[in-house]
Design a protein around this ligand. Structure first.
Ligand code: SF4
Length: 234
């Protein structure tokens, strides 16, 4: 089973490299997207989990094969241009785990137009592992959406192929964001009918947080259906 922290370190070596314009990271696409009422989106490669329901396949599973390296400034310019054309007020990095390559992400948030809200969609592993990551967002126009993979550590392991104990880092990420006063919200992908245990954990992070869970939409692409059937989830 996967150790997401060790795998993040290996992935970082693969999907980032130092250049004259800072730490470059690999992206395979830049596009407008319909979510959040319209958002400029940069799709990166590589993730530290392997979710059975993940809509991204090849660029996530073969990050060495897909994408080109871009500096934070280049990504910011592309996102600003898409946002300007679509009249969007929000930007995000999707398609992968954006927290891999911390120096790149932090610089991207620093250089992008401050009027654009940066929505950080993350599985929270690295923010839960190291609380100083959450501190990087203090004073920034950032909103963090932590996507919880399952309602328990057992479901997390089944869905992500990672060791069950790493589920705690997802909850810890919420705690760290709460501690530093960062704007955040938990999202949840679950096939469980009972999420009471999770709700109790969230209430300990912040009273009322369990009422703010956003239930994620399952996009049943053929490869997703196949993966879920393989695990007897569907
Ligand atoms: S954490 Fe997100 S990008 Fe990574 S495998 Fe899971 S759904 Fe896909």
């Amino acid at each position: 089973m996967l150790d997401p922290i060790t795998s993040s370190k290996a992935l970082e070596r693969m999907v980032t490299k130092h250049g004259e314009k800072g730490l470059l990271r690999k992206y395979y696409r830049f596009r407008p997207a319909r979510f959040y009422g319209g958002i400029a989106t940069a799709d990166a490669v590589g993730c530290n989990l392997n979710c059975a329901f993940c809509w991204v396949k090849e660029p996530r599973l073969k990050p060495w094969k897909y994408g080109e390296f871009y500096s934070p400034g280049e990504v910011a310019s592309k996102l600003e241009e898409i946002a300007r054309r679509g009249r969007f007020s929000k930007v995000r990095v999707s398609g992968a785990e954006p927290t891999i390559g911390r120096e790149h992400l932090v610089e991207l948030i620093n250089v992008i137009d401050k009027d654009l809200l940066f929505i950080l969609e993350t599985n929270g592993m690295l923010i839960g592992y190291d609380e100083s990551y959450a501190r990087e967002f203090v004073g920034k126009n950032v909103y963090v959406r932590v996507a919880l993979k399952g309602a328990s550590s057992e479901e997390f392991a089944l869905l992500t192929n990672a060791k069950p104990e790493f589920y705690d880092y997802q909850i810890k990420a919420l705690e760290n964001l709460e501690k530093y006063g960062i704007s955040y919200r938990p999202a949840l992908m679950t096939f469980s009918k009972n999420i009471q245990g999770l709700k109790e954990r969230l209430e300990k992070v912040s009273p009322g947080l369990s009422e703010e869970i956003e239930i994620e939409e399952l996009m049943l692409f053929p490869h997703v259906k196949k993966e879920l059937e393989k695990k007897n989830i569907l």
